[in-house]
Write a protein that binds this ligand. Structure first.
Ligand code: HPA
Length: 234
């Protein structure tokens, strides 16, 4: 057990999918895994371990924002020996061509700061995903016929952005979408020599204001989970 995860040593698989929402972890485990058992209930941040196509997988909620992601990723890596960590979640599109329901694979994630800033100080470290996972996820998405975009995203500290000028510059510089966790996940994976990727579904559009209707969310999120699972075990 760690401070935030109640699982016993060995209860967590080497491959971990990390949705922000603990109830999405429950839904994904019930929908895609067989023999899933609950491995964490501490603070309601649900985690499950089960099997997918003969492979052992954990699906553990990360919570929202980089400080929360940092807690769970640190403990999964250092205390439970997680080797492959894939964020699955939603993002807000920032380009005309990134449409609601599309999948975004984050090659890199910019930020105005991460919990790792105390290490880097004046340096703007460039967080990057694992290239092999990216390639595999892209191939899996292509095979399914899912509209997919690869590029940079913005890991924001706020959901309710107050600075339109910053959003405008992100759009101008080709940032595909905004979310709140990937940059710190990538930095931790680099630090501990693990593999990480963020696979996200566009749930809303920053420019047009369009949002995925709630009855269609499940199917779109399901695509993303299967792309992440296929990428992990390619
Ligand atoms: N901002 C930050 N994170 C998000 C958004 C957003 O607009 N949409 C989905 N995740």
């Amino acid at each position: 057990m760690t401070v935030h995860i109640g699982a016993k040593p060995g209860d967590i698989a080497e491959t971990v999918l990390m949705p922000g929402d603990p109830y999405r972890a429950k839904w994904a485990a019930e929908t895609f895994l067989t023999d899933a058992v609950c491995t964490n209930e501490v603070r309601g941040m649900l985690g499950f371990t089960g099997m997918w196509n003969g492979n052992r997988v954990t699906i553990q909620g990360s919570g929202m924002g980089m400080p929360s992601m940092s807690i769970y990723a640190n403990e999964l890596i250092k205390d439970y020996n997680a080797q492959t960590l894939i964020r699955i979640g939603s993002c807000g599109a920032m380009q005309d061509e990134t449409k609601v329901r599309d999948v975004v694979l984050a090659m890199t994630a910019c930020s105005s700061g991460t919990p790792s800033d105390t290490i880097f100080k004046e340096v703007n470290y460039a967080p990057v995903c694992d290239f092999g996972l990216l390639q595999a996820a892209h191939a899996a998405a292509h095979k399914r016929g899912t509209r997919t975009h690869v590029g940079s995203i913005y890991s924001s500290d706020t959901f309710y952005a107050e600075r339109n000028d910053l959003t405008e510059q992100m759009i101008r510089h080709g940032v595909l979408a905004v979310e709140m966790e990937a940059a710190e996940l990538y930095i931790l994976a680099a630090r501990y020599k693990r593999r990480a990727l963020a696979v996200m579904t566009v749930s809303d559009h920053i420019i047009t204001g369009e949002a995925l209707p709630s009855d269609q969310r499940e199917r779109s999120f399901g695509d993303m989970v299967e792309i992440a699972l296929e990428a992990a075990f390619t």
